[in-house]
Design a binder for this molecule. Structure first.
Ligand SMILES: *[C@@H]1O[C@H](CO)[C@@H](O)[C@H](O)[C@H]1NC(C)=O
Ligand SMILES: *[C@@H]1O[C@H](CO)[C@@H](O)[C@H](O)[C@H]1NC(C)=O
Ligand SMILES: *[C@@H]1O[C@H](CO)[C@@H](O)[C@H](O)[C@H]1NC(C)=O
Ligand SMILES: *[C@@H]1O[C@H](CO)[C@@H](O)[C@H](O)[C@H]1NC(C)=O
Length: 400
C-alpha cells in the first residue's frame, strides 16, 4: 500500500519534471537522462527561495518552488545530466551505470585497470573502520569477469597507496607514507605483486604525502604531493613544503617542482593525451588539521601548457599559460583523468563531470546514485569507465 503510493507520486513527479526540462534527443532514455540549461526560465531565474552549499549537488538544493523541486527529484534519479548538447555524443544513447560492489563507507582510491587480466586494482584509503590514524598495507583487486573482490599484499607490503597509473605491464603507484616511512613512487608487477620503490625523496628531503600521479606518453611522471595524508596522521614526518606538483623524468628520475599551492591543496592530476597540457585540481576547500570544509576555499580545476625549448622545440619541465579551466559545480574534483580524445573527467561529490579541455565548459555529469554514493576517482577501460568512491561504489559506466 505504502510502496504503491510512493511509486505513483514518483511517476507524477517525473512526468511534471520532464515537461519542464529541455527535451532530450530521440533514442536517449528519459529515465536515465536530464538536460539542464538556463534556457529554461524556471532554472535561470528560480521562483521563490533557494539555497545550497558548494559541497552539495544542485539537485540537493533547498527550493520552495514545487516545479523546481520536481526537476531536482528527477535529476536525482538519473545517471546522466547534460549541460551541453555535446554530452549526448560523448556518452552515447546505450551507456548504462552499474554498481558492482557495496563496500564500507570509506574513501576508495587509486583505481588501475589491468587489461591483460581484466582486473581493477584499487585501495581503501584513510584509516581502518573510518578511523583517523590508521593505515592500509593491502589493496583490492576486482576480477571484472566474475565480479570477485580479493585483497592483495605486495612483496614487500606497500602502505597507504593513494594514486595509480597502469603503463606497460606495471602499476605505477604513489603512497602517502606510513608509520615508518615517507611517501614514495613505486612500480608493482601485477603478475607477481612484487613492489619496487623508484623514488622516495626530493634531494634527501621527505615528501608531504603523495595524492595522485599521471604519466605522459614518454613515461615521465607528474606527482601531486598533498596535505591530505599528512592531515590524517598517516606518517610522523610532518609537512616540509607547501602542496606541490613535481615532474620526475621517467628515464633519469631527476625531480623538480612544477607548481605549488600555498593557499590550497594539490589532488587529482592529468596530462593531455598529446602530453602538451597539464590539468591540476586544487581542493583546498577541504582543509586539514583541523579537518574542515571551507566554503571560501578552492574547488578549482587549473590548466597549464608545457614550455618548449627555443633552441630545440623540445618540451621543458616548466609550466606556462596558467588558466582557471573551471570550478566544480558541486564539491571538488578529487580524481582527474584525460580520455583518449582529450575530454577531462573529474570525480567528486555525487558526480564524474566531463570538462572541455579548451573552453572549460562542463559538458555534463555522470551520476552513480547519489544518497552517499560518491565518486572519488576513475580509470578508463576499453569502452568503460570504472569509478571508485565513498559509500563503497565501484561503478561501471559502459558504452558501446
Ligand atoms: C530506461 O531506463 C530505465 C531506468 O534505468 C529502465 O528501467 C528502462 O528499462 C529503460 N528503458 C529502455 C527502453 O531501455
Ligand atoms: C544558505 O546555505 C548556507 C550554506 O549551507 C548556510 O550557511 C546559510 O545559512 C543558508 N542561508 C539560508 C538563508 O538558508
Ligand atoms: C628526460 O631525460 C632524458 C635523458 O637525459 C632526456 O633525453 C629527456 O629529454 C628528458 N625529458 C624531459 C621532458 O625533460
Ligand atoms: C537522491 O536519491 C538518493 C538515492 O535514492 C537518496 O538517498 C537521496 O536522499 C536523494 N537526494 C535528495 C536530495 O533527494
Amino acid at each position: 500500500m505504502y510502496a504503491s503510493k510512493v511509486a505513483q507520486f514518483a511517476l507524477a513527479g517525473l512526468a511534471a519534471a520532464q515537461s519542464q526540462l529541455d527535451a532530450i534527443p530521440a533514442g536517449f532514455n528519459a529515465s536515465r537522462w536530464a538536460w539542464v540549461s538556463n534556457e529554461n526560465p524556471l532554472l535561470a531565474a528560480i521562483p521563490g527561495e533557494f539555497n545550497r552549499s558548494g559541497f552539495q549537488a544542485p539537485s540537493a538544493a533547498t527550493v520552495s518552488d514545487s516545479r523546481v523541486a520536481a526537476i531536482n527529484e528527477h535529476i536525482n534519479q538519473t545517471n546522466f545530466v547534460a549541460y551541453d548538447s555535446r554530452f549526448f555524443e560523448i556518452i552515447g544513447p546505450d551507456a548504462t551505470v552499474e554498481q558492482l560492489q557495496v563496500l564500507p563507507f570509506q574513501i576508495h582510491e587509486a583505481p588501475c585497470y589491468i587489461p591483460e587480466t581484466s582486473q581493477l586494482y584499487f585501495v581503501e584509503w584513510g584509516g581502518p573502520g573510518g578511523g583517523e590514524n590508521g593505515g592500509h598495507d593491502y589493496q583490492y583487486v576486482l576480477d571484472l569477469k566474475t565480479n570477485t573482490l580479493t585483497k592483495v599484499r605486495t612483496n614487500p607490503p606497500t602502505w597507504n597507496v593513494h594514486g595509480c597509473v597502469y603503463s606497460k605491464g606495471k602499476l605505477h603507484v604513489v603512497t602517502d607514507g606510513g608509520p615508518h616511512e615517507t611517501g614514495y613512487l613505486a612500480t608493482i608487477d601485477p603478475s607477481t605483486w612484487e613492489r619496487k620503490t623508484i623514488l622516495n625523496n626530493n634531494n634527501e628531503q621527505p615528501f608531504i604525502s603523495f595524492n595522485d600521479l599521471d604519466m605522459d606518453p614518454e613515461g615521465n611522471y607528474y606527482l601531486t604531493d598533498s596535505l591530505s595524508g599528512w592531515g590524517r596522521n598517516l606518517h610522523p614526518y610532518g609537512a616540509p613544503t607547501p602542496p606541490t606538483v613535481y615532474f620526475v623524468n621517467g628515464t633519469t628520475l631527476r625531480i623538480k617542482a612544477l607548481m605549488y599551492l600555498p593557499d590550497g591543496n594539490t589532488n587529482g592530476i592529468a596530462v593531455s593525451p598529446d602530453g602538451r597540457s597539464l590539468y591540476v585540481a586544487d581542493t583546498g576547500a577541504s582543509q586539514v588539521k583541523p579537518s574542515r570544509r571551507n566554503e571560501q576555499g578552492p574547488r578549482d580545476l587549473w590548466a597549464f601548457d608545457f614550455a618548449t625549448s627555443r633552441a630545440t622545440g623540445q618540451k621543458l619541465p616548466l609550466l606556462t599559460n596558467r588558466r582557471l579551466l573551471t570550478r566544480a559545480i558541486e564539491y571538488f574534483y578529487d580524481g582527474v583523468r584525460a580520455s583518449r580524445s582529450g575530454w577531462i573527467f573529474g570525480a567528486g561529490g555525487e558526480v564524474v563531470d566531463v570538462v572541455d579541455p579548451e573552453s572549460g565548459w562542463i559538458m555534463g555529469s555522470i551520476r552513480v546514485g547519489g544518497g552517499g554514493n560518491e565518486p572519488v576517482n576513475l580509470v578508463f577501460g576499453e569502452n568503460e569507465l570504472w569509478i571508485v568512491g565513498k559509500g563503497g561504489c565501484v561503478a561501471r559506466q559502459k558504452h558501446s
